[in-house]
Design a protein around this ligand. Structure first.
Ligand SMILES: [Zn+2]
Ligand SMILES: [Zn+2]
Length: 336
């Protein structure tokens, strides 16, 4: 009997650490292993499908972002550098359960062109023969360039409803007045346009609204300091109340070069340092820190070595600021 009792005690002593260890392990497995930086689901206000994310030379991956209210298939397409290759990639990534023709013709309800540089509009022009009837939105100066340089019958057939004859009337030019909220046809969204300074050109920021939530997309832009401009300052003033109220769900902005890029070679673009200086102005005007704000970094320019450097510089500068920097991938949906 005594031997038996000793055996039980020994067994208990032997099993106890295993039991405790198992409990700990068990507990650990219930802790969140990884909090995703980007979430898609019921809590999101917007769904963004990047069709192209880079700023140069890779013609299969140039600026274009489909944005819709979460749960809707009615998208606005912000810039249109790459369409077909991006849609195909997105279908491979299961972003859409549809054929690419359907995504192009039915899901994209209109294009928002920030400026007429080819890396922001080439996809629209090349895909125009296969596209459906829709609006091309932009500031007057951008649409004028599209009308007089691309849909001209000289560089391409005129698929629009203005400019050179005959007009094939597939696209309607919809001129946006700066700062005036306009409904986006066939979607549940509204848009406001703001001028940006991009070297010799006027580029555009688009503020999309769905109910009480906003996404701000900036086309190519330089910093006010370098461009001798007030355009970004005016934009930050306009969106500061939305940041303060937590209504700005994401800000999409370019960083094209690393900090080492000389001023004379910026060509109206941002570096990590210039971006952070600008966002510090936004924080100041908002009267709040930008901690946790979703900032989607667009228009990184290859080569890949430079892209890696830009990311390292951005992440370093963000350590104190604690924004949620997002590096979009072609075809991978984002939820904000
Ligand atoms: Zn560009
Ligand atoms: Zn540009």
């Amino acid at each position: 009997m005594l031997v038996h009792r000793k055996l039980i005690t020994l067994t208990c002593l032997f099993l106890l650490p295993i039991f405790v260890f198992a409990q700990r392990k068990h507990k650990k497995s219930y802790q969140p292993k990884h909090i995703p930086t980007v979430t898609a689901g019921a809590a999101s206000s917007f769904r963004i499908v990047p069709l192209g994310v880079l700023g140069g030379i890779d013609e299969s991956n140039l600026s274009a972002y489909m944005v819709a209210p979460a749960g809707s298939d009615n998208y606005a397409c912000l810039d249109a550098g790459t369409l077909h290759a991006g849609i195909e990639k997105a279908i491979k990534e299961n972003a859409f359960d549809a054929r690419s023709e359907k995504v192009l013709k039915q899901y994209i309800k209109g294009y928002f062109i920030s400026h007429a540089h080819l890396d922001h509009i080439a996809g629209l022009i090349i895909n125009s023969p296969e596209d459906s009837t829709k609006n091309i939105y932009g500031l007057a100066s951008t649409l004028e360039t599209v009308k007089t340089h691309y849909f001209t019958w000289e560089s391409w057939a005129n698929f629009a409803d203005d400019g050179g004859n005959p007009q094939l009337r597939k696209y309607h030019y919809s001129v946006l007045q700066p700062g005036v909220e306009t409904p986006v046809d066939n979607t549940e969204m509204q848009v406001q346009a703001f001028p940006l300074s991009h070297s010799n050109l006027t580029s555009t920021a688009f503020l999309l609204r769905s109910k009480d939530s906003y996404v701000l997309y900036l086309g190519d832009t330089g910093a006010d300091e370098k461009e001798k401009s007030q355009n970004l300052h005016k934009l930050w003033e306009a969106v500061a109340p939305l940041v303060a109220a937590g209504k700005l769900k994401a800000l999409m902005i370019e960083v094209s070069y690393a900090n080492e890029q000389p001023d004379k070679s910026l060509f109206g673009h941002l570096t990590p340092r210039l971006l952070m200086n600008e966002l510090d102005v936004l924080a100041q005007l908002s009267g709040t820190s930008l901690k946790g704000l979703n900032v989607v970094i667009t228009h990184l320019k290859p080569p890949y070595k430079t892209i890696t450097k830009i990311k390292t510089q951005l992440n370093y500068l963000n350590t104190k600021r604690e924004m949620n920097l997002v590096y979009p991938r072609q075809g991978k949906p984002l939820g904000f």
